[in-house]
Design a protein around this ligand. Sequence first.
Ligand code: AHM
Ligand code: MG
Length: 333
Amino acid sequence: MKRISLTQHLVEEQRNHNTIPAELRLLIEVVARACKTISHAVGKGALGDVLGSANIENVQGEVQKKLDIISNEILLEANEWGGHLAAMASEEMETIHLIPNRYPMGEYMLLFDPLDGSSNIDVNVSIGTIFSVLKAPDGMAAPTEQDFLQPGAQQVAAGYAVYGPQTVLVLTTGNGVHCFTLDREMGSWVLTQSNIQIPADTREYAINASNARHWHPPVTRYVNEMLAGTSGPREADFNMRWIASMVADVHRILCRGGIFMYPADVRDPSKPGKLRLMYEANPMAFIVEQAGGAATDGHGRILDIQPEKLHQRVPVFLGSKNEVERVTAYHKE
Ligand code: AHM
Ligand code: MG
């Protein structure tokens, strides 16, 4: 098999489709390199003194793990000096991170969830990094939080890495979704799947069912109909999977189809769901749509939402198109 490296893929995509200018290519390669470093730290586990809590709360009010902080630092340091970025924003930081003025400023803005699936870090279950790339508004002098508040449809690139039995990087620049596997001996990303397509139909769903008593009626109806199996209105049996790492759940859906849900519920109206629009929902929605799937907040397309706050939360329904459309239709009835 002829091996195509991430660099070769990016160069060829630029040559053939003109979607990856040099600065964006640098950005993607720097993020991919940072993911390699994070993968290495994750893989050390107890041998690396990286497990456990850092006993600090982040802006979301969640206690940070040591690896959350380490991964955040790795991404910040890797991306500061290249001249490709104007600013960064992270799920783990309250405010945006400006590029120190000893370095040149570029035209892109990078957002990330440095280590998604934090509750799985200490128990050796797959976790990952999610990232999203926006263009700085024309004529922007000093970046502000406001400059980041662009609908997901304006992303120029998005991707995630999964640190699991294999370390993989999944990427889109708006021209399909491609997967690279980390060759751990060589330290290089090798293209292992191009133009991934999510099947439109599925018999597999993912939701944290422990919240069932708090769900809104359309979600309860949708899940109950699946639970009813062959004798219910769907006339089919469904399987359930919940890894509690969005990266790993979404990756499974990219590989074999499925629907992933983190709905809003009747509890705190100021927290519609758990997942964050800018660091989780938008990049995953971009990837899923590019793979032929769909992503909504139960009402409309996630990528069309005009963000109001950097850390805003959003309900998420994504994956196989026909199922996402069905649960979205239930919200309209
Ligand atoms: P995190 O970014 O703090 O890790 O939280 C996001 C994670 C997602 O990866 C996952 O889908 C969800 O939280 C799991 O939630 P729950 O704890 O309700 O199972
Ligand atoms: Mg997360």
